[in-house]
Design a binder for this molecule. Structure first.
Ligand SMILES: *Cc1c(COP(=O)(O)O)cnc(C)c1O
Length: 415
């Protein structure tokens, strides 16, 4: 140690980290030394790698290490080089960006789409750009952290934007908030309602038709972040809107249910798993974002190699809907086997299977024991989920075999 006293920051941070360790909430990063797949090579404390079964990635369709997806990225890298060295509006828009955005619009069933380096960035671009003073944003209380932070940011950038939160998935609460907005003299502009399509910690699905009806009744715009729904929900994996017949290009489209106005989504989960996010909606919407969205005006474009592999991933999904069927079959098999083994599992069409254990430290300890048994599942606790609802979150992939799922259930039974 030097003679100088530690800075305020260093001493309080040491305290914070110590208390996280004492309460068993300290997160340790696991290092992988192989592609993301059903089986991955994990680097142990001794520096040795060993194979484990991965049940905690968002690689729902097994596209992250698909040869076609990887090759598309390699070709893009060779043809266009390592990076754009520019934001989109200066000289950072390349042919693969336009191709990818047209493919996303086709896949989502919207007029237009525009990409970002992540869904987090897309969401932070969306609300501060589209909202004006006198607008109100009404948000589900369990929405993803990027929505919460983007809503917090909006009135900082645009004074006079109002916000409100409704109880999770509670339509009476949403109606109450909409009524209050209508009766609030400060709400002179657009009302926005925003929800996750699939809630990432529960695997719960937002009731989009009911939310759409309420939005119509109050003249509100509906925004859906479907990051966990892409590739998973709906007969051909187009998302939660397809699940409910609200995709205008899908075979099951039901025009009486209406459409979603704006989507945000990620390319970092089922759709190749690389990185990137998007906003999809009307042409006017994406044009406004291009003109005024600070994260796209002042921050680099999606790397072209990533755009190429993401485009290939979405094409593969469109051309091989059987991957979605395989995922669904795996989810049904896992739920059945877990149920037979005595675990309480919610029935849900998503690929997320949470097992609630209550205490954060217990969830972390259980995931550690599972890892010793060769099963990679993460325990989530506070503050990622509410206090007292810590859980093991199992995520299924089309890449898993029945034998993989049997191994998961056997390991859980041993705990
Ligand atoms: C994962 C996730 C995100 C973040 O996506 P990135 O592209 O990794 O930023 C945003 N919203 C929801 C609902 C998510 O599940």
């Amino acid at each position: 140690m030097t003679t100088a006293a530690a800075s305020t920051f260093e001493s309080r941070t040491a305290e914070t980290l110590k208390s996280l360790q004492a309460s068993g909430q300290y997160k340790h990063l696991h290092t992988l030394d192989s592609p993301m797949d059903a089986r991955v090579k994990m680097v142990g404390d001794d520096g040795q790698t060993r194979e484990v079964l991965c049940f905690c990635s968002n690689n729902y369709l097994g596209l992250a290490n698909d040869p076609g997806v990887v090759d598309a990225g390699v070709e893009g890298l060779r043809k266009y080089g390592a990076g754009t060295a520019s934001v989109r509006f200066i000289c950072g828009t390349f042919t693969p960006h336009n191709t990818l955005e047209a493919t996303i619009a086709e896949y989502m069933g919207t007029e237009s789409a525009y990409t970002f380096v992540s869904c987090w960035t897309a969401t932070e671009a969306l609300f501060p750009t589209v909202c004006e003073p006198g607008d109100m944003i009404i948000s589900d209380e369990l929405n993803h952290a990027c929505i919460i932070d983007a809503i917090r940011l909006t009135p900082v950038i645009k004074k006079g934007v109002l916000k409100s939160v409704y109880k999770h998935a509670d339509m009476d609460s949403l109606r109450e908030r909409l009524t209050a907005a209508r009766d609030n003299a400060d709400v002179t502009g657009q009302i926005w309602v925003v929800t996750d399509g699939v809630f990432s910690m529960e695997g719960a699905v937002a009731d989009l038709p009911a939310i759409r009806r309420l939005c119509d009744q109050f003249g509100a715009m509906l925004v859906v972040d479907d990051s966990h729904g892409h590739g998973v929900m709906g007969p051909t994996g187009r998302g939660t809107h397809e699940h409910f017949g609200m995709h205008p290009g899908a075979a099951n489209h039901d025009p009486t249910r209406g459409l979603v106005d704006v989507f945000t989504g990620t390319l970092g989960k089922a759709l190749g798993g690389g990185a990137g996010g998007f906003i999809a909606g009307s042409k006017n919407l994406t044009e406004l974002i291009i003109q005024r969205g600070r994260p796209t005006l002042f921050s680099n474009a999606l790397p072209v190699t990533v755009a190429c592999s993401a485009e290939k991933a979405i094409r593969t999904l469109i051309n091989q809907p059987e991957r979605v069927v395989r995922l669904r079959e795996n989810v049904a098999y896992a739920r059945k086997k877990l149920g037979e083994a005595g675990f309480e599992v919610m029935d849900s069409p998503t690929a997320i299977i949470p097992i609630i254990v209550g205490d954060t430290a217990k969830a972390i300890a259980m995931s550690k024991k599972l890892l010793d048994l060769g099963i990679f599942v993460i325990g989530f606790g506070f503050p990622v989920v509410p206090e007292g609802t810590a859980r093991l979150r199992i995520q299924m992939s089309a890449a898993h075999s029945h034998a993989d799922i049997d191994a998961l259930v056997a390991a859980l039974k041993k705990l």
